[in-house]
Design a protein around this ligand. Sequence first.
Ligand code: IMP
Length: 422
Amino acid sequence: MANTILVGAQWGDEGKGKIIDVLTERADIVVRYAGGNNAGHTVFVGKTRYVLHLVPSGILRKNKLCVIGNGVVIDPISLVLEIAGLRKLGVKVGKNLVVSETAHVVFPYHRELDTHREHHKGKQKIGTTKRGIGPAYGDKAARVGLRMVDLIQGDTFEHKLRQRIRENNEVLKALGAKPLAFAKVLRDYREAGEFLKPFVTNTVVLLHHAMAEGKDLLFEGAQGTFLDIDHGTYPYVTSSNTTAGGACAGSGVPPHRMDRVVGVMKAYTTRVGEGPLPTEDAGISDLLHGMGREFGATTGRPRRCGWFDAVAVRHAVMVNGMDDIAVTNLDGLDTVETIRVGIGYRVGGRRYDHLPAAVEALAQCEPIYAEFPGWRQPTSAARRWKDLPVKARAYLRALQELVGARLSLVSVGPGREQTIAV
Ligand code: IMP
């Protein structure tokens, strides 16, 4: 399969978990490179539903090595719980999981700061997952973060944590929050550190050895292009480089070793949290929520829904260098009479064929729509391209043309078997 990066082309929740699971069959190693337990990847194997937050989806397949790379921020307590939960469901987690020693650690003060900063922002809040992701990456950039290598080292960890808690307690007090008890945090994190120690290693060297042996790597993107700290709808973004470039920095695998980029997108658009979403539409939101679809895997929040935004996805194809695209949730549109696709924006009297940078302009964008007749018949039983209704095929071909990358997979339901190779 060669080394493949898989990324979300929209605002996250594109159904990457399932597509990664399908592609994992052909990979030897699956690598997470950015984000933290803000991500929620849902995968169905048979009737069992697995929700993964930090552990790569490759864990659900036999003989795959899963790597949590240096670009990820790790809440160790949450990782221990996730491993325990997977084991309870009968999933083997042992030598098949390794964690980068240089990945940064998320602490309770990060979560507290995330929550209180959001609260103080009032109407301007970002709608974060409150998992402490922004403050943890903030500490990393400010060079005051602690890493997995610190967590698993007994004595020095205590000293470093004491300093960090002292400083952060001052900030928490100023924000009107309760300060943290050092002894409790130390106890909990030491315990998690002991549990995780056997998983922690130099993943950069490991990945380079694996490549020298001819192993194929799959890079599992989290979140989506428009949540990227540089390329997203700033400030309504997450705090990492979720786009394909992040795979190199977040794993230590250089750009010239990457062979292919696959972009995952829904047949429509969704977003959780605040921030502009030009093609948002109450009608399609109500329709999808009424079908019991589009509730967040991490927070359970209803996702905001809208029509497919070809302007945004074309930009995502460019920024990530997508070779192929996978369109998911096609079956979500099965009952729609007329399907709309955003093909441009108007702000005031001006037409835009790309996303305006200013968040205020983006919020005022009036989409220019193209319309497609709906197929109005179920697609979830389709297994081959020719099983899809003619109008559904025409819609998918139009999306391919509009965004400028090759359509290679279509997903018509959560099951592994509900995937059509084009
Ligand atoms: P944070 O990553 O928790 O700081 O949240 C920042 C923004 O990214 C919020 O709008 C979140 O809803 C969004 N976000 C973070 N992770 C995900 C995800 O996995 N799927 C969809 N949205 C996400």
